[in-house]
Design a protein around this ligand. Structure first.
Ligand code: UDP
Length: 425
């Protein structure tokens, strides 16, 4: 049945095409977030067009991913990949192409920006067409920059961060509402940016249990060709400094004496084949060298990025899932591990600490502390009962509190009062 009187939203997810393959530099949680949110909003009568930068000539300009949800690619700079930090100069061209696409007449009741690049577009569109806009930062400049400086002592990107943080301030001042994925982001926006707390709503990310079938472990392992006897520790995510994969590799060095059949699987990164990504390969090389140095070169397997739809066999093969991030604004992979009914261990940071209740729905360890991570993995290794209890509690929590339909409803509740009484073109 058609939903009467749909309202239209333009989402801007400039570096994150919701239909792009995941697990490489620019493609991860934001892509999934935007896609699932749009699909669920559609069921509530909110039809979305998601605008993204055209980064590949093989992509069509417009693709429907459900009946009333489209992704629209706009030219800005070369039609090839550009690192996020280099997007500033091409944003005006993308905005001009956005206006051309809509024929300079705005059909949208509201604009919704994602990240600072999408926020820039939403801000411009809102000013131009005098409509409200909301913003999801997904990650915030000050925290990201401070974390990076702490671990790398590298000031190369100071210019980029200064521009980004200024823009974030402008977005914050002008938007009607900021949607934060975790309470820690809300606190940081208040404390570090002086953002008014009334402007921020905390709405967590979600996971769809239907996408995470509970495939039998033996079958899952046969599918990906790993032996039944290994104790498998799984990581899934982009190959990026802040994901803390090095902590896991050092922990593997400590564990190998205690677990004979240890295997670490690292999923993520375009590191094989003709579409290799240079930044992923650089990080891969660094991690490979580290594995050799820690004496775990034959224990750690880098699987490269895996199609999102194929991930359930990886999760279901694992004995434990580890997320060792230094900074993780939310961390959808935590929800995916929990939805896969396997025990999850995560660093006690930001979104991860908000999702996982230590000792109840998973285990938390101190970020960057390999010994602390090793001890948590040993707890799971030694006690099947603990592993099962954590996994079951986590699954129950996911089923209760993390549905995308609930998230979309909360976001629609933000849209409604902002757009009430508007004439929709
Ligand atoms: N992902 C994937 N294939 C891979 C690696 C990652 O589909 O090879 C997906 C993963 O399942 C998750 C997303 O990418 O849905 C990563 O989101 P998360 O919020 O954990 O991290 P972010 O990318 O936002 O830093």
């Amino acid at each position: 049945m058609e939903t009467p009187n749909p309202k239209k939203v333009a989402m801007f997810s400039i570096h994150s095409d919701p239909l792009a393959p995941l697990g490489s530099q620019e493609c991860g949680g934001q892509n999934i977030y935007v896609k699932y949110l749009a699909e669920e909003l559609e069921k509530l009568g909110w039809y979305t067009d998601t605008f993204t930068r055209w980064d590949n000539p093989r992509k069509k300009q417009v693709t429907n991913f459900s009946k009333h949800s489209r992704v629209i690619r706009l030219k800005g700079g070369p039609v090839s990949s550009i690192p996020k930090k280099d997007l500033f100069p091409v944003l005006p061209e993308i905005f001009e192409n956005f206006q051309k696409f809509i024929n300079y007449e705005n059909p949208y009741a509201l604009f919704h920006g994602h990240y600072w690049d999408g926020g820039w577009m939403a801000l411009k569109a809102a000013q131009k067409f005098r409509k409200p806009f909301v913003e999801n930062f997904h990650s915030i400049g000050i925290v990201r920059h401070e974390t990076k400086k702490k671990f790398f002592n590298d000031s190369d990107e100071a210019d980029y961060f200064s521009k980004r943080i200024n823009l974030e301030n402008e977005i914050m001042k002008n938007c009607s509402c900021i949607i934060s994925l975790a309470a820690s982001e809300k606190e940081n926006l208040e404390k570090l940016y002086g953002c008014a707390k009334e402007k921020i709503k905390v709405i967590k990310g979600g996971v769809n249990l239907k996408h995470w079938p509970l495939i039998e472990k033996e079958k899952a392992r046969n599918t990906i060709g790993v032996d039944q006897k290994s104790f498998i520790v799984l990581f899934v995510g982009r190959l990026e400094w802040r994901k803390g994969i090095g902590t896991l590799i050092t922990a593997a060095g400590l564990l190998k004496k205690e677990i004979d059949n240890l295997k670490i699987m690292v999923v993520g990164g375009k590191i094989f084949g003709p579409n290799k990504n240079a930044a992923d390969c650089k990080e891969f090389k660094r991690l490979q060298i580290k594995s050799e140095e820690e004496g775990v070169g034959s224990i750690v397997t880098f699987c490269g990025n895996v199609d999102h739809g194929r991930l359930p066999v990886y999760y279901r093969s694992a004995d434990v899932f580890v997320i060792p991030s230094y900074y993780e604004p939310f961390g959808l992979v935590a929800l995916e591990g929990m939805a896969s009914l396997i025990p999850v261990i995560a660093s006690r940071v930001d979104g991860l600490a908000a999702t996982i209740e230590n000792g109840i729905t998973g285990l938390l360890f101190e970020a960057r502390n390999s010994l602390s991570l090793k001890n948590k993995i040993m707890e799971i290794y030694r006690s099947k009962d603990l592993a099962n209890t954590l996994a079951k509690n986590a699954y129950t929590e996911i089923a209760k509190n993390y549905s995308w339909s609930h998230i979309a409803q909360q976001i629609a509740d933000i849209y409604e009062p902002l757009t009430e009484g508007q004439k929709i073109l």
